[in-house]
Design a protein around this ligand. Structure first.
Ligand SMILES: Nc1ncnc2c1ncn2[C@@H]1O[C@H](COP(=O)(O)OP(=O)(O)O)[C@@H](O)[C@H]1O
Ligand SMILES: [Mg+2]
Length: 336
């Protein structure tokens, strides 16, 4: 099968930003290092579409899907040019992911690794997920050593640093700076076999990048992960249910919609998104199990369906009835 990459991730694609705005290019002279024939991507290599299918399955994230599509198109064209003996350009693909917890950052980073491997940009495409404690040491020199170890583990794949802004936490005396310096050097030294992704809350990441001159320009791709809308969260919930081979009764669907509405309108914006949905669904699955054991009923239908009482997050019934009481009291006050 020829190298075949399917483009197009949905109907409401945003207008594309110029590719060159987003991906600074390191020029490689035609007379420069010429890849050995064996290193060139094989013309007839078939492209494994599984990771693309996985990406497409994710709810929303239109902008992110568009950018990935651009990266893929660009990589494909560079490979084709190389095959034709034309000047090829290598891409710098370090990225910043900004968004609240549960907005899909880790999920997309994992897929990014797989996709870049499929495109022959990365050899392994694995993801090494770390946080501050994995990089920071206890004495001078220890941090550099720990950070280098993590970089080594990530070569050929993605080094994903969650809550990366925490590296700047302690100011100039903190070992965070030592870690950043090592990371910056690694980005230069391993430009081709390492993709560094820094992730965290939007505001904190902005601040972090601004306090480190030179960092911003080293990260050509900045992706914003917005909070999901109520509709998207409902869709994510349904996806999670179907993937686990369960179904929701009509009453359970209605309850779920109410729970999501409540979570979106009253919840703290940092504590939810798709992760909250996963918790609700997993909790419902456990509740169903307990209910079936108590009922001693294991028919196929019973095993498949999650029912209204199984969906119970934050005691929604209690909250709602309390609210009804409050509303009633208010109406009475107004009436008096
Ligand atoms: N767009 C989406 N569609 C379907 N599931 C999603 C989506 N975004 C996140 N999830 C799911 O929600 C959970 C949390 O996502 P995660 O990537 O860990 O978020 P973050 O890293 O931003 O905290 C995971 O189980 C993930 O599979
Ligand atoms: Mg995460």
């Amino acid at each position: 099968m020829p190298l075949k990459i399917k483009f197009g991730f949905g109907s409401n694609a945003n207008p594309k930003q110029e590719l060159k705005d987003m991906i600074p290019i390191k020029r490689k002279s035609r007379m420069g290092k010429i890849k050995a024939a064996a290193e060139l991507p094989k013309k007839n290599k078939s492209f494994n579409l599984d990771c693309l299918k996985e990406l497409n399955k994710l709810v929303g994230l239109v902008n992110i899907k568009n950018i990935i599509e651009e990266v893929m198109a660009y990589a494909k064209i560079q490979q084709k040019r190389e095959q034709e003996g034309l000047t090829s350009e290598s891409m710098v693909l370090h990225m910043i992911f900004r968004g609240n917890p549960g907005t899909g950052k880790t999920t997309v980073a994992r897929l990014m690794g797989k996709i870049l491997k499929e495109l022959d940009i990365l050899d392994r495409g694995h993801i090494n997920e770390v946080e501050r404690a994995d990089l920071i040491g206890e004495y001078v020199g220890h941090t550099a050593q720990k950070t280098r170890e993590q970089i080594k583990k990530s070569l050929g794949g993605v080094l994903f640093i969650d809550e990366a802004y925490s590296l700047a936490r302690g100011g100039s005396k903190d070992f965070g700076k030592e870690a950043i310096d090592v990371l910056v050097k690694a980005m230069e030294d391993h430009g081709k076999d390492l993709v560094l992704i820094l992730a965290g809350y939007k505001k904190e990441m902005e601040f972090f990048i601004n306090t480190n001159p030179g960092l911003r320009s080293r990260f050509p791709i900045h992706l914003d992960f917005p909070d999901y809308t109520e509709e998207e969260l409902y869709e994510i919930a349904n996806l999670m249910v179907t993937e686990r081979q369960y179904e929701l009764t009509m009453e359970a669907k209605n309850k779920l919609k109410r729970v999501i509405k409540k979570a979106v309108t009253t919840g703290h914006k940092y504590d939810g998104n798709a992760r909250l949905i996963r918790n609700i669904i997993e909790k419902a699955i456990r509740a169903q199990a307990l209910r079936l054991v108590k009922e001693n009923n294991f028919s196929r239908n019973k095993l498949i369906f999650l029912e209204d009482p199984d969906i119970n997050y934050l005691n929604i019934d209690e909250i709602e009835s309390n609210e009804d009481i409050r509303l009633l009291q208010k109406t009475r006050q107004l009436a008096n």
